[in-house]
Design a protein around this ligand. Structure first.
Ligand SMILES: Nc1ncnc2c1ncn2[C@@H]1O[C@H](COP(=O)(O)OP(=O)(O)O)[C@@H](O)[C@H]1O
Ligand SMILES: [Mg+2]
Length: 297
C-alpha cells in the first residue's frame, strides 16, 4: 500500500494545490482611452512555496496584475456582467466571487510592498509596522516588539524606529516597506518594483534582504513574488520568470531556458540588458554557457 503524502504538509493539513491563480484575466481602464485593454488575457498559476519574478517593461501591466491578484483592482466582467468564476483565486478562495470573510481570511496571509512605498506618512517607522501587526495578526505586544526589532535589524534600520518616512532616503523607505510586508509573517509576500529608481549597489542590498528575510521557501514555505522591469534583478531573484509584454504573458519558465529558447522578442528583451555586463560578473549570474559563448566568446 502506498501513501500519497505529496499534498499533505507536516501538520497533516491539506495544502491547496494552487496558491495563486489567474485565468484569462482582462482589464481595461476607461480613463486609459477608448477601450484599450491593459491586460489582454493573463493566465498563470503559482504553487505554494514558489519564488517567481514577474518581469516586463514599464507599463506592461505588472502592478495591475498584482493588484488584481490580491483583489484591489477588479478585472473586466464578461458579457453577462459577471467576473468569470475562478478568474482570480488565492488558495481556493475566489477573490471576486467568494464570501467576504473567506477573502478577508486569505488576505491576512498576504504581505505586499507597493511600488510607491505606501507607508503611512503620519506614522513613525515603528508605528507603521505595529499597525500592520495589530490589524492582521494575533501577536501579543511583546511578540510584536520582538518581530519589530528583528525585522528592523534585518533591514539595517534599527536606528530609525522613531523616525517618519519623509525623514528617510528612498532606499530606506523601500526597506521599511519590505519589513512591513513581512511583519505579519505572510504565507505570500509580494514586492512590486523593490529596486526601481535605486542605484545598483542599493538594489543588490535590497534584493538580498528580500531573499534572506523572505526565507523559508519550498513546500509549506512562503511564496515570494517580485515584480520588476530589471532583468538582472528578476533572474537573480528567481529561477521562474513570468515575462509580460503589452498586457500578455509572453514567456513563463526557468529564465535559462527563456534566454536560449524563447521567441525573438523574449531572447532580445532578456539578452540585450545582460550582454553589456562584465564577463566575470555575468558568470556569477549563472548565465547558460551557450549564452556566454555567444556574447563574450
Ligand atoms: N488606475 C488606472 N487608470 C488608468 N490607467 C491605468 C491605471 N493603472 C494602470 N494604468 C495603465 O495600465 C498600464 C499598465 O500599468 P501597470 O500595471 O502599472 O504597469 P507596470 O507595473 O508593468 O509598469 C499603463 O499603461 C498604465 O498607465
Ligand atoms: Mg508597476
Amino acid at each position: 500500500m502506498s501513501l500519497n503524502i505529496s499534498s499533505v504538509n507536516m501538520n497533516g493539513k491539506r495544502l491547496e494545490s494552487t496558491l495563486i491563480s489567474l485565468k484569462s484575466v482582462k482589464k481595461s481602464f476607461p480613463s486609459a482611452g477608448d477601450g484599450v485593454a491593459v491586460l489582454k488575457g493573463i493566465s498563470f498559476a503559482i504553487e505554494p512555496g514558489e519564488r517567481v519574478s514577474i518581469l516586463g517593461p514599464g507599463g506592461c501591466g505588472k502592478s495591475t496584475v498584482l493588484k488584481i491578484a490580491v483583489g484591489l483592482v477588479e478585472p473586466d466582467k464578461s458579457a453577462d456582467g459577471e467576473i468569470p468564476v475562478g478568474a482570480v483565486t488565492l488558495g481556493n478562495v475566489d477573490m471576486f466571487r467568494g464570501e467576504k470573510p473567506d477573502i478577508a481570511r486569505v488576505l491576512r496571509q498576504v504581505g505586499m510592498a507597493f511600488q510607491q512605498g505606501a507607508l503611512f506618512d503620519f506614522m513613525t517607522v515603528r508605528e507603521n509596522l505595529l499597525f500592520a501587526m495589530e490589524n492582521m495578526t494575533s501577536l501579543t505586544p511583546a511578540e510584536m516588539e520582538e518581530v519589530l526589532k528583528g525585522l528592523l535589524t534585518g533591514v539595517k534600520l534599527g536606528h530609525t524606529e522613531n523616525q517618519f518616512p519623509y525623514e528617510l532616503s528612498g532606499g530606506m523607505q523601500r526597506r521599511v516597506g519590505i519589513a512591513r510586508a513581512l511583519a505579519t509573517d505572510p504565507s505570500i509576500a509580494i514586492f512590486d518594483e523593490p529596486t526601481a529608481g535605486l542605484d545598483p549597489v542599493t538594489s543588490t542590498i535590497i534584493l538580498n534582504m528580500i531573499l534572506e528575510l523572505g526565507g523559508r521557501g519550498g513546500e509549506g514555505g512562503r511564496t515570494l513574488l517580485v515584480a520588476t522591469s530589471n532583468v538582472e534583478i528578476a533572474i537573480r531573484f528567481a529561477r521562474r520568470v513570468i515575462l509580460i509584454n503589452d498586457g500578455a504573458v509572453v514567456a513563463d519558465g526557468p529564465w535559462q531556458d527563456l534566454i536560449l529558447k524563447g521567441s525573438d522578442w523574449v531572447r532580445h528583451f532578456l539578452g540585450v540588458r545582460l550582454i553589456g555586463l562584465d564577463l566575470a560578473y555575468a558568470r556569477g549570474l549563472n548565465l547558460p554557457q551557450q549564452f556566454l559563448d555567444a556574447h563574450w566568446g
